[in-house]
Design a protein around this ligand. Sequence first.
Ligand code: ASP
Length: 298
Amino acid sequence: MNHLIDIKNLKNEEILEIIELAKYYEKHVPEGTQRKKQKGSVVLLFFENSTRTRFSFEMASRKLGLDVFNFEAQNSSISKGEGVFDTLNNLNAIGCDIAIIRHTKEGFIEELARKHYAYELSLVNAGEGKSSHPTQALLDFYTLTKHLGSLDGKKIVIVGDITHSRVAKSNIELLSRFGAKIVCCSPDYFKDSTLKHIKYEFDINTALKDADAVMGLRIQKERLENQIPLANYIKDYQINEKNMPKNAILMHPGPVNRDVEISSALLDTKGDVIIEQPRNGVFVRMAVLDIIFEGVQR
Ligand code: ASP
């Protein structure tokens, strides 16, 4: 694996290899990467805001003994007009082996990966526009299998702003490949008509019935073309103490807008898995970086 750009590019065996290695890292503090003891450098380039993903990649890199650099676009040559490819090529020449990128534009990281770099450079997608967030899907898969075992036949309900959510897209791609029965629940204005093969349910009580896991999504304010009727959304689509099935696990990629997508009361009584997700994210990202690093040094 040289890059991690989209779940679509990973075979099921590769996904399972990441999960196995993440399990190892959950139990063991590494002295270097598991594959080889080596130094390496990672640069984080985030063109959109982030807390969890950015800290998680930074923590994962440090735990693997990698050098990690944060690139601040506003204080860099990008502000002088340099394009991202030229910046990356120079960072690569300076000694960065992996660039972890978050960007607003769909397909941007794939475009960057097709260019020619002076030295070997691996790219990792840390969230791209509304289309993909592969490491979030991997950590959600890790978390789900820890709680539910095999996902074959398990009902996973994704509630909220499906249209603008990269988390939903990557999760749908990954979880359905492992047999999960995905149900999307949203008002019509958040329905994604490109997801033709996915079951849609407009009524939240019907959607959540017999769910094994419920995944809330944040309303992506920064990507909305039109205002939405927020009070109605909360009334009809908030996950709360009344509609949440007792035995299901509650997930959310964060950040959670309390009392919008999930009620505070539910978050405070059933939000333990939501806090476990970012923890698991570190192990999963360690595994991803470790597997890529072997590729870089080969
Ligand atoms: N943190 C996730 C993302 O970057 C979810 C969100 O922002 O709502 O896509």
